[in-house]
Design a protein around this ligand. Structure first.
Ligand SMILES: Nc1nc2c(ncn2[C@@H]2O[C@H](COP(=O)(O)OP(=O)(O)O)[C@@H](O)[C@H]2O)c(=O)[nH]1
Ligand SMILES: [Mg+2]
Ligand SMILES: [Zn+2]
Length: 278
């Protein structure tokens, strides 16, 4: 009979072939997986029960979510890094990532970069747009490092955003020990290449951060009728409960777009995403 008291809860932070690195009460354990546990089912980010005597993973604990490319589970926060210039501000990418984040039960946090690079006029326009988002989402400038650091504690965080948006630069500011290369082309863009790097969780500021700025290509795996629920600003009661806010009779969302209560670009991006799904 196995002694259950040698079981401890831990988190997989790295997988290298059949060797699993598990963080367990601040201890770093190199573990193998018990035969009956299907190895290919475990991912980085999984919370597991480890037998600390035999150093085997005995059980996978329930998952909150699982993302692909790179494969990682139990993400709590998504830092959506949006640049205001080079690459230009893209409401479409922002809306898409917000939507995916909410669908996967991940809290999105928008982080705006390169506000120092744009002129007063463009800045005014972008800040006005962001003011709308602020009613529904958390937004920080990439200069507000202390506020951003506070969010990380106790959470598992992933970053997303276009290449060049400033993800690595941000991470280096969050933790000076990281020393990530900047201006590096993200591997996730070279989809055809065989350079599939495996994700690793880094212990940063009392939480975990996925070491790769991936997810620029998160699959849009949302159900058509679910998309509307990932837009918190579309929370109106339409004539029909099943209303998808496209052209239905008595649609309060369309009305709200017309009278300026809903940002027009948000609604246009919603329709664009709806098209992408079907
Ligand atoms: N002026 C300015 N440049 C920035 C800012 N954030 C990042 N950069 C620069 O933008 C380039 C791309 O940044 P990087 O962190 O590599 O982007 P990543 O591809 O998202 O990881 C680098 O040359 C950074 O120095 C910012 O807030 N202001
Ligand atoms: Mg980078
Ligand atoms: Zn509607």
């Amino acid at each position: 009979m196995k002694q259950q008291n040698s079981f401890k809860e831990g988190k997989i932070v790295k997988i290298n072939k059949d060797l699993y690195t598990v963080l367990c009460d601040e201890r770093v354990l190199s573990c193998y997986v018990r035969g009956k546990l299907k190895e290919d089912k475990l991912t980085v980010g999984d919370n597991v029960l480890v037998d600390v005597n035999s150093l085997t993973i005995e059980k996978q604990l329930p998952r909150k979510n699982s993302l692909i490319r790179p494969l990682v589970s139990n993400i709590d926060l998504l830092f959506i890094v949006v640049s205001t210039e080079v690459p230009a501000f893209s409401e479409y990418l922002l809306d898409k990532m917000l939507s995916l984040s909410i669908y996967n039960k991940i809290e999105p946090i928008i982080i705006v970069t390169k506000l120092d690079k744009i002129d007063y006029k463009s800045k005014k326009i972008i800040l006005k747009t962001l003011k709308y988002y602020k009613k529904y989402f958390k937004i920080y400038k990439n200069t507000s490092i202390r506020k951003i650091v506070k969010e990380i504690k106790g959470k598992t965080v992933a970053l997303c955003g276009q290449t060049g948006a400033g993800k690595s630069t941000l991470l280096n500011k969050i933790d000076k020990n990281l020393k990530l290369n900047t201006d590096e082309v993200s591997y996730s863009l070279g989809r055809g290449k065989h350079t599939t790097r495996l994700v690793e969780l880094m212990k940063v500021k009392g939480g975990f951060i996925a070491d790769t700025p991936g997810f620029s290509s998160l699959d849009l795996n949302i159900e058509r009728n679910e998309l509307k629920h990932t837009f918190p600003d579309f929370n109106y009661v339409c004539k029909y409960k099943s209303c998808n806010h496209v052209s239905e009779d008595g649609c309060e969302v369309i009305k709200a777009v017309k009278n300026g209560k809903i940002l027009k670009s948000r609604y246009e991006n919603y329709l664009k995403l709806l098209k992408e799904i079907s």
